[in-house]
Design a protein around this ligand. Structure first.
Ligand SMILES: [Zn+2]
Length: 489
């Protein structure tokens, strides 16, 4: 075959690049403002949300909305206001004027705020791009309604339930709560063709067996017990697949399908049944620095990118089967901290034995009762099945539980206390005698909340205090636990 001249190749390449610039092909990642990387990269400039989504309460939300309206008059209107049982106004925002109606609601559970912050950033991003052809097209094709923070009374208390102590997400049939009645009335009046039900699921969930920590999980919410596939659920499956394709390049392996069957009194299920097929997005965890902000940013990408796919119709091109390929949520295989293979002594006077220890370090998200809120030991024994978001190799260490009543919580004070008792450098026999004297108060078991002291071999056959686990955190100069795997970006 004859080789084309080099100039011809260059000319062809140039023509191709010019064509691409003039008319980006559908789904072209490089040219589209809706690509995951473009959205991810432009989030910092649009960000109006604060560093801690849990710190945003009703007053802060109202102030942020006022700021956005002042900056971008006309971007959205407050179409209606619901009122919580304690009298807080719940704004329903409307933007766009297109024929396709979409309804997004966040923080139905008061302690699940990540998406509320992301929605503020979405509004800011859109507002800063008024006049941009892609944004104007989106707003001409969709009418987007947003209820940020459906449960302001729960948010005020950082709790799941309303001021009436009712879980709105189990109130879709009885409608005892004013918040639930408001959401239902908005749906019935506006009849959106897609709903976004935005939650947090907690950090200790893996994507499939042995998979990564789930950052985002998705559910095409069924509308009946038989989990029937309808035109509506196919749409939300495609939408979930779009979110998966947006999030995966940024957070590989960290997307899962939510693990829940049909629940008639839940809102997402009822929305689907009432004719608004609903996508559930649950934010999980993504251990590492600035975790909360990275999860807001990921939500921002998922929300804007999938709205764009609804607007331009590309959601209809997605293979429904892509949804089933997303791995399932797997619970109870992750823990905040696992201490591996320590020799453990206890107040019961038994000879030290080998054990792993797992610790909970709960954040402000409480989730479903009775999930543990207090930091401390979760389990003792062979924990090979469990993965720690942080892990400590303690195979050369002697661990001694120390009752919280006997120990200050601050590491340097704890060291000083132990020093005054001659227990910073001591023989093993002396340490074992000290823990035996504490009896049942110094037994490492599920729920134990005191510090766990960690000793390593020092000089002259003595053991030296290397560090401790205090309220689920590793402290001490002599210990360096590996940090969680670094985020992709
Ligand atoms: Zn929830």
């Amino acid at each position: 075959m004859k080789r084309p001249a080099r100039t011809a190749i260059l000319a062809a390449a140039l023509a191709l690049s010019l064509t691409a610039a003039a008319a980006p092909p559908p789904g072209s990642a490089a040219a589209s403002p809706w690509s995951a990387s473009a959205l991810w990269d432009t989030w910092p400039s649009a960000r109006v949300s604060g560093p801690d989504p849990w710190a945003l309460k009703h007053a802060g939300l109202r102030a942020a909305l006022d700021l956005l309206q002042a900056r971008q008059p006309g971007l959205f209107v407050v179409e209606q206001e619901g009122v919580s049982s304690e009298g807080r106004k719940i704004p329903l925002l409307r933007l766009g004027s297109g024929p396709t109606g979409v309804l997004l609601w966040s923080q139905m559970h008061g302690d699940e705020p990540t998406a509320t912050s992301a929605l503020l950033d979405v509004l800011s991003w859109l507002g800063a791009r008024r006049g941009n052809a892609a944004v104007e097209q989106l707003l001409s094709r969709l009418t987007i309604r947003i209820i940020p923070m459906l449960n302001p009374d729960g948010a005020e208390r950082t709790q799941r339930r309303t001021a009436e102590e009712i879980d709105i997400n189990r109130d879709a049939l009885r409608l005892s709560t004013p918040e639930g009645r408001f959401l239902k009335s908005v749906r019935d009046r506006t009849k959106p063709v897609a709903g976004y039900n935005l939650h947090n699921q907690g950090p200790n969930v893996a994507a499939g067996k042995g998979g990564e920590q789930v950052a985002i999980s998705l559910l095409s919410v069924p509308g009946d017990e038989a989990l029937s596939e309808t035109e509506g659920t196919r749409r939300t499956k495609r939408l979930a697949a779009i979110v998966n394709s947006l999030v995966t390049p940024i957070a590989p392996g960290r997307v899962a399908r939510y693990d829940m069957d049909y629940t008639a009194r839940a809102f997402g299920d009822s929305m689907t049944r009432w004719g608004t097929p609903t996508l559930l997005i649950e934010t999980g965890g993504w251990a590492g620095p600035d975790e909360a902000a990275r999860l807001v940013r990921l939500n921002f990408v998922a929300l804007l990118g999938s709205l764009a796919a609804l607007a331009d119709g590309s959601v209809d091109q997605v293979d429904v089967a892509d949804y089933a390929r997303i791995p399932l949520n797997t619970r109870d295989s992750l823990c905040a901290l696992v201490v591996r293979g320590t020799r453990l002594a206890t107040g019961r006077g038994l000879p030290p034995f080998t054990a792993d220890l797992s610790f909970a370090v709960p954040g402000p998200f409480a989730g479903e009762a009775p999930r543990r809120r207090e930091p401390g030991i979760v389990e003792v024994g062979d924990l090979a099945h469990l993965r720690g978001l942080a892990e400590l190799d303690a195979t050369k260490l002697l661990a001694i539980p120390w009752p919280a009543t006997e120990a200050p919580e601050e590491w340097t004070e704890l060291q000083a206390t132990l020093d005054s008792r001659g227990l910073v450098d001591a023989s093993e026999a002396r340490l074992l005698a000290a823990v035996r004297a504490l009896g049942e108060a110094a037994v490492a078991r599920s729920g134990f909340a005191g510090p766990v002291l960690l000793y390593r071999e020092g000089v002259d056959g003595k053991l030296t205090l290397a560090g401790a686990i205090i309220r689920g955190r590793v402290v001490g100069e002599g210990l360096t636990p590996p940090l969680p795997s670094a985020p992709a970006k």
